[in-house]
Structure formats: structure tokens, C-alpha cells
Design a protein around this ligand. Structure first.
Ligand SMILES: [Zn+2]
Length: 102
């Protein structure tokens, strides 16, 4: 394995704690933001990802920038919208069943 000379590095910051990770630009997956752990910040437990508007989804990308995970909030595709509706229907049925059991 050879080392490339003049390789471009970029600095990616955790949105929760500001910790910076220096990684090769070619290894960074473009995302809306990055965190030092999977969808959260290890150092700042109060940090929350931005709210996802109705009809949109939050896509998590593990190791998007070195050890940092990334997230992107985008409009859901038609298939994803149908999947969300099915998931909501299953959740609501479970909640109704639980309420009736009590
Ligand atoms: Zn962090």
C-alpha cells in the first residue's frame, strides 16, 4: 500500500461538541451534518439532530467521515412514504392493543 503525496485533507466537525476530525477528502461522504457517534454526540448528550419535517426522512451514514457518522434530511421517495405509512399503521395498531389491554 503506497501513500499518496499531496492528498487533500478536510476537517469535519461534530455538530454536538465541535470536536474536529481530519480525514482525506476522498473518504468523506457528503452529508448535512456529522456527529462523533451514531446519530448522537458522545460528549454532548443534550445535542439532538434537527427535526425531520413530515414527509421527509433522516438518512444516517455510518463512518461518513472517518469515525464520524453523518446524517442527511431529505424528502422521502414514494416507496419510502408507503413504507413509513405501513410502519405508522403497525405502531398505531400496537398502541391501540396495548391501551385496550390496560
Ligand atoms: Zn460530538
Amino acid at each position: 500500500m503506497s501513500r499518496k503525496i499531496n492528498e487533500t485533507f478536510v476537517e469535519v466537525a461534530c455538530a454536538g461538541c465541535g470536536r474536529i476530525q481530519r480525514v482525506r477528502a476522498s473518504k468523506v461522504i457528503p452529508c448535512d451534518g456529522y456527529t462523533c457517534s451514531w446519530g448522537r454526540c458522545k460528549q454532548n448528550p443534550d445535542f439532538k439532530l434537527p427535526e425531520v419535517p413530515d414527509g421527509w426522512i433522516c438518512v444516517h451514514e455510518p463512518y461518513a467521515a472517518g469515525g464520524f457518522s453523518g446524517w442527511t434530511i431529505r424528502p422521502a421517495t414514494q416507496d419510502e412514504k408507503r413504507s413509513l405509512e405501513r410502519a405508522k399503521a403497525i405502531r398505531n395498531a400496537a398502541l391501540i392493543k396495548r391501551l385496550r389491554a390496560n
